[in-house]
Design a protein around this ligand. Structure first.
Ligand code: PGA
Length: 242
């Protein structure tokens, strides 16, 4: 089954490394019979250049965040419309690094997702528990309240994507067991009426992608570190088309 594979570059790289990385991914996609659904989320200043590079290919673009307002005096922020004009079809909202370092709460995440949908973007809404919450047996309850508060009221499941990213698995090399991923994805699917795509994120790499993407209920992967190396990322794309 075809999975959605999203690369979240975060604040990594340079113009030159981005060109090399995109070049490698495009070459892979050209040669690959099953092209799969691939989304790249580079830093915003690189979007326009990369948009020109991927034009006409099977690779789509996403922003890493957007503002909840249409426009205004919000120094340093980027609007959903600007992202769309720069070539994006998606935008990540509520990533745990935004929640942690920018104090974003689920209500803000819902407002951002709502704005993204209004501008014609598909928000990738991130949720996930901390290590302490998992150890306290609260993972499912925490994720349920994040989903309830972060998904805009009235949004149709076809308009957004959810990403389950346990905070303790991001950038650590640790992943939940397959049984835990299965249970959480089934939980999220139940909460959203079984209609939304739910990606898994947190230390996905070439070596574990087939196993993770093969878990029922996993609709794709949100990939951080491993999306910065073309060979590694392309192996994950292939695992999503198995
Ligand atoms: P990671 O990051 O793949 O480096 O763990 C995932 C993410 O933050 O989306």
């Amino acid at each position: 089954m075809r999975k959605l594979i999203v690369g979240n570059w975060k604040m990594h790289g340079s113009g030159e490394s981005a060109r090399l990385l995109v070049g490698g991914i495009l070459e892979h996609q050209r040669k690959s019979p099953a092209k799969g659904s691939v989304v790249l989320c580079p830093p915003a200043v690189l979007l326009k250049e990369i948009s020109r590079m991927v034009e006409g290919s099977s690779v789509a673009l996403g922003g890493q965040d957007c503002h909840a307002q249409a426009e205004g005096a919000y120094t340093g922020d980027i609007s959903a419309r600007m992202l769309r004009e720069a070539g994006c079809a998606y935008v990540i909202v509520g990533h745990s690094e935004r929640r942690m370092f920018h104090g974003e709460h689920s209500k803000t995440v819902a407002a951002k997702a709502e704005r993204a949908i209004a501008e014609g973007l598909a928000p990738i809404i991130c949720v996930g528990e901390s290590r302490a919450e998992r150890e306290a047996g609260q993972a499912e309850a925490v994720v349920a309240s994040q989903v309830a508060e972060s998904v805009p009221p009235g949004a149709d499941a076809s308009q957004f994507v959810l990403a389950y990213e346990p905070v303790w698995a991001i950038g650590t090399g640790l992943t939940p067991t397959a049984a835990d991923i299965h249970a959480m994805h089934a939980h999220i699917l139940r909460l959203t009426g079984e209609r939304s795509a739910v990606l898994y994120g947190g230390s996905v790499k070439a070596a574990n992608a087939s196993e993770i993407l093969g878990i029922p209920g996993v609709g794709g992967a949100l990939v951080g570190g491993a999306s910065l190396k073309a060979e590694e990322f392309c192996a994950i794309i292939d695992a999503g088309n198995g």
